[in-house]
Design a binder for this molecule. Structure first.
Ligand SMILES: [Zn+2]
Ligand SMILES: [Zn+2]
Length: 209
């Protein structure tokens, strides 16, 4: 009877596993194209602008609250950037880790997330935030998170594609180049803040040890 069964039925694996795997592989392949990279930038800029403009309408007469929402969003994003790079991209979660592994192997490639994914996640988070805080604050804060994410993407692209002359910019870019040689340190790309606070900033060992 087993002669009529396929391998995956004999070992009891669900039959849906292969199409799912093929789907994930197709999305990962699409995510490494140049078109996907710039399409994502377009989607994110559109979404971020929409959130900021609508949030500002609610907060135009309260500039202090608006500034607080924007600063909170940027600070929150800088942690999300660190969190994802350290605990998602450098683990086994296929959708995140596979693309990031390709980036570590080919730093000049366009390996990225599927163009629609960050936008969908950001929209869902905006909805959740609007449930627990004033709508205007939530829109401004998530608009700021979205632009933080855009800044992260552009920073990372620039770090790998531009040779900086200014010493401060060279130092900033150098911290990420160090991450490519020492993947257990320097997870922050836009800012070293969370690496310093959580003890993952790369420290050069003294020679002769
Ligand atoms: Zn990189
Ligand atoms: Zn990395």
């Amino acid at each position: 009877m087993h002669a009529f069964m396929r391998d995956d039925e004999i070992v009891g694996r669900p039959m849906t596993r292969r199409p799912l795997r093929a789907g994930v592989d197709a999305i990962v392949r699409m995510s490494s194209t140049r078109a996907n990279y710039w399409a994502e930038l377009g989607v994110d800029v559109g979404l971020g602008s929409l959130l900021i403009v609508n949030g500002w309408r609610h907060h135009a007469n309260r500039p202090l609250a608006a500034t607080l929402a924007i600063v909170t969003g940027l600070l929150a994003f800088s942690f999300v950037e660190y969190f994802f790079h350290r605990w998602m991209f450098h683990t086994r979660v296929p959708l995140f880790a596979q693309g990031h592994r390709m980036h570590h192997e080919h730093p000049l490639g366009y390996d990225s997330l599927p163009f629609f994914l960050p936008g969908v996640v950001l929209l869902m988070l905006t909805g959740l935030c609007a449930l627990v805080m004033p709508t205007g604050f939530a829109l401004l804060m998530m608009g700021s998170v979205t632009f933080g994410y855009i800044a992260y993407g552009l920073s990372h692209f620039t770090i790998h594609h531009v040779r900086f002359k200014h010493p401060l910019l060279r130092r900033w870019a150098g911290a990420h180049h160090v991450h490519h040689y020492h993947p257990e340190s320097n997870f922050g790309v836009t800012t070293p803040l969370w690496d310093v606070l959580l003890g993952t900033r790369y420290v050069r060992k003294p020679r002769g040890d």
